[in-house]
Design a protein around this ligand. Sequence first.
Ligand SMILES: Cc1ncc(COP(=O)(O)O)c(C=O)c1O
Length: 392
Amino acid sequence: MSVNYPFSQRIEHFVQPKQWASMRVAKELEARTGKKITHFEKGDYQGPDFETPEHMLDATVKALRDGYVRYNPGPGLPELREEIAKEMTQRGRKTEPEEVIVTAGAKQALHMSLLTFLEDGAEVIFPNPGYPPDEVWAKYAKAVIKHTPLTKPDWQFEVDKLASMITPNTRLLIINTPQRPNGHLVENPEEIAELCKKFPQLIVITDEIFSHVVYDGKAHKSIAAVPGMEDRTIVIDTFSKTYAMTGWRIGWAVAARPIIDKLSIFLQDSMTNVAAFIQRAAHAAMVGPQDWVIAKTALLQKKRDRIVAGLNNVPGLKCDTPSGAFYAFPDITGTGMTSQEFTDRLMENAGVAVVAGNAFGSQGEGYVRVTYATSDDDIDEGIERMTTELSK
Ligand SMILES: Cc1ncc(COP(=O)(O)O)c(C=O)c1O
């Protein structure tokens, strides 16, 4: 007899995310045709420019040999929480180790935070464009999802628009800076903070995963550092982007004790703990030499300049210069195509994979996301292929 799988209605919206469609199609195309695809679609570091440093590999092996191989329930190893607290204090929010939780990437911290505050009818405000996986959990919680459009061309929050959306039922506001998918910094955290402080029930989740990938000497600003915001903000960050540890799955959240206490129970009852030897590797990353992190950002800045110059020479494209993250977000309206048509044509005819901007929200229509954390050769080849295709 066939099985009638009784899936929960809560997961009715669990479909393959549009933002990773290009990645799936590129992989399939490569396997089927053997054709080399230029991968500008991944949200990851690629190639030899971004190898894991030896001292982190050594610390991982040592941790395994030293017996960090057992359950380690709780919000994280004390020595790691201490380093994260120091880092957050430097960022402007005075932090105790008890206000830190170590998670399986920023994604788990986001997932747990959203489910800790949202429920039927509770409101959450996301930026448009934003980070779609967050919305999956808001939908799961049956929350009311609102979007605040970021104003082009520099993708900023408009405080007046935001103010008109907040009600006594709004529990969460989501910010991400440096922003994904466009690489711009949120310039007015102080103004947003003043607005939030008027609503006693409002918590801000600030996703700061690219905090160490900021260019041109600009400073990363956290809304948690604005006086009065420390107890109503959850800061989320990750080792993925700062230390190029995407596959290690380790990140963190900083928030007031009552929030961390709830997140800690969530963590214990779901995954117990992030693997202890991975936590030791992350600790080694934080206490070890930081010059390579600075060098990596400088290298990414050069790659940014290379790709922005290249994209601006592609017929029909206009690309501004982002101040952080590792994405360019060119305006493709000059080609006369929609984001999806552009993405499909590049993939099929030129073997270049990018992500359609509307995968991140309606405001992303007319744009595509191009990741440049890859080799200079791949950047040049991708630009050349785009130019040839769009000159036809
Ligand atoms: C805005 C944003 N938040 C969170 C994540 C997830 O990061 P992590 O690898 O730490 O889970 C990503 C991944 O690219 C992201 O772009």
